[in-house]
Design a protein around this ligand. Structure first.
Ligand SMILES: Nc1ncnc2c1ncn2[C@@H]1O[C@H](COP(=O)(O)OP(=O)(O)OP(=O)(O)O)[C@@H](O)[C@H]1O
Ligand SMILES: [Mg+2]
Length: 457
């Protein structure tokens, strides 16, 4: 060991034993301390030639610069590059500087970074202070400003890079979370529109209820007349059965005639019409109530393992009337798919809703509804497509909202697709629609083959 090293080694040092210096206890964030390595510093009195030798020994080999420390406090650094330039390459450099103290060639404002600084802070300091080309590493000091080791600029860059990679990973995860909470938000907004349901139901039920009530009153009135008429007939019939005087008979016949005049055949026809309207109104109410009941009881459905093609056939059968009436061709493209665990009644309802919507959207004579199935991984995909009116872009985002309908009052409740949405969500599946206005619409459903544990519970 040469004299310079001995001199340096003799200096009191705050953390001579730690190699590398360990991160501060309890510190989750990566600190400079974690990158610091112990390197014997130079004393200010070390001759320049001895510094040159230090650069040649193995311990100094990985370092761009050596620290100069006076009484435990860093006072400068010597860059390998600068030493070469100023002393070894210059003519008579060694003769000029060789015996002088290292302080004559050192950089008096070395890069010093506290051990507790974060990697971000360190990289900011380095970026602000570093000289071109990079000629030095940085000196690490403890909380009291005492020499605690050396750190490499490249190590900070590497740590920063790892940090950024981790950050971008975190960002990605946060982004994913954000998107899923956004989806939840959209869903809860959808549910908020259920609040509008109350107003909707009141309105929807009130109209038919109003005329049903009115019709019942009118029917009761007409029935009163009929009862009077029957009473008058009974009296005339009684007269003939029991015998009586003629003046009474003609009075009764006159009364009968008066009643008959008041209650003519047109009133009977009206009565039939009133009753038809009443039945229609009651049907409308019960259809609405039925839909609402399905909507609120979706969680009570029975779960089974089923062949989805059977569900499709059954939905096509139930909707058959409408399909036949519009002369709609049904094209089946069934793939080889496994049975799935689901609530058959609910999935049936979804399919029926989609098929009815498709049929209702077709207003021409060449109607076609395609139903396709295939399996992809753990999912079964069902597509229901039609060549109907299509859905304008501004409606597409709202079709799954409760009460969104473009159908005339009395023809659609606007609950069909929101029920579908809820059912598919409960099965942990997905439902999406794509549409080209004027050309047609395609609904996709993806259902997990093994069902949803919750739905099965
Ligand atoms: N296949 C389709 N083609 C064109 N438009 C569609 C189609 N399916 C749904 N829609 C549009 O989405 C709206 C909402 O559909 P949804 O099934 O929820 O209610 P609805 O059919 O109007 O009423 P309900 O199903 O209660 O009788 C429809 O009014 C219609 O405008
Ligand atoms: Mg519908």
């Amino acid at each position: 060991m040469n004299s310079a090293v001995q001199a340096a080694a003799a200096l009191p040092s705050a953390s001579a034993s730690a190699t590398p210096v360990r991160p501060l206890a309890g510190d989750a964030e990566l600190r400079v301390a974690a990158l610091a390595q112990w390197l014997e510093p130079l004393a200010p009195t070390t001759p320049v030639l001895a510094v040159g030798e230090r650069f040649l020994d193995a311990a100094s080999a990985p370092w761009l610069s050596l620290p100069v420390v006076d009484d435990g406090v860093p006072v400068g650094s010597v860059s390998r590059y600068e030493l070469m330039q100023r002393v070894y390459i210059k003519p008579f450099g060694r003769e000029l500087y060789g015996r002088r103290a290292v302080t004559s060639v050192m950089h008096a404002q070395p890069l010093v970074i506290p051990a507790e600084a974060t990697i971000e802070q360190a990289s900011r300091t380095i970026a602000a202070r570093i000289r071109q080309p990079i000629m030095e590493d940085f000196i690490v000091v403890d909380a009291d400003g005492r020499y605690a080791g050396m750190g490499k600029v490249l190590a900070v860059l590497g740590a920063m890079e790892r940090r950024m990679a981790a950050h971008s990973h975190e960002l990605e995860r946060a982004n994913r979370q954000l998107r899923s909470s956004q989806a939840q938000l959209v869903q809860s907004e959808k549910m908020a529109s259920l609040g509008q349901m109350v107003a909707g139901i009141a309105h929807e039920i009130n109209t038919p209820l109003g005329y049903v009530r009115n019709n019942v009153d009118m029917t009761r009135e007409s029935l009163g007349d009929v009862r009077g008429l029957i009473g008058a007939y009974e009296q005339v019939v009684g007269f003939f059965a029991d015998g009586g005087d003629e003046t009474q008979l003609s009075a009764r016949l006159l009364e009968l005639d008066a009643r008959r005049a008041k209650f003519d055949a047109a009133a009977l026809d009206d009565l039939a019409g009133l009753l038809d309207d009443t039945v229609f109104g009651v049907d409308q109410i019960s259809e609405l109530v039925g839909n609402l009941k399905d909507f609120s009881r979706l969680d009570q459905a029975h779960v089974a393992r089923v062949d989805v093609h059977q569900l499709i056939e059954s939905a096509l059968k139930i909707g058959g009337n409408l399909l036949r009436k519009k002369n709609i061709e049904v094209v089946r493209q069934f793939g080889t798919v496994p049975e799935i665990v689901c609530s058959p009644a609910q999935i049936n309802q979804v399919l029926l809703n989609l098929i009815s919507n498709a049929a209702q959207a077709i207003g021409h004579g060449q109607g076609r509804i395609g139903v396709r199935t295939h399996a992809v991984g753990r999912y079964l995909l069902i597509a229901v497509e039609d060549n109907g009116s299509g859905i304008p872009a501004e409606h597409l985002a709202r079709i799954f909202d409760p009460f969104f309908t473009t159908k005339p009052v009395g023809q659609g409740t606007g609950l069909g697709l929101s029920i579908c949405y809820q059912i598919i969500e409960q099965h942990r599946g997905r439902i999406r629609a794509v549409s080209t206005p004027g050309a047609g619409t395609r609904f996709f459903i993806a259902l997990p083959v093994r069902g949803n544990a919750e739905a099965a519970a």
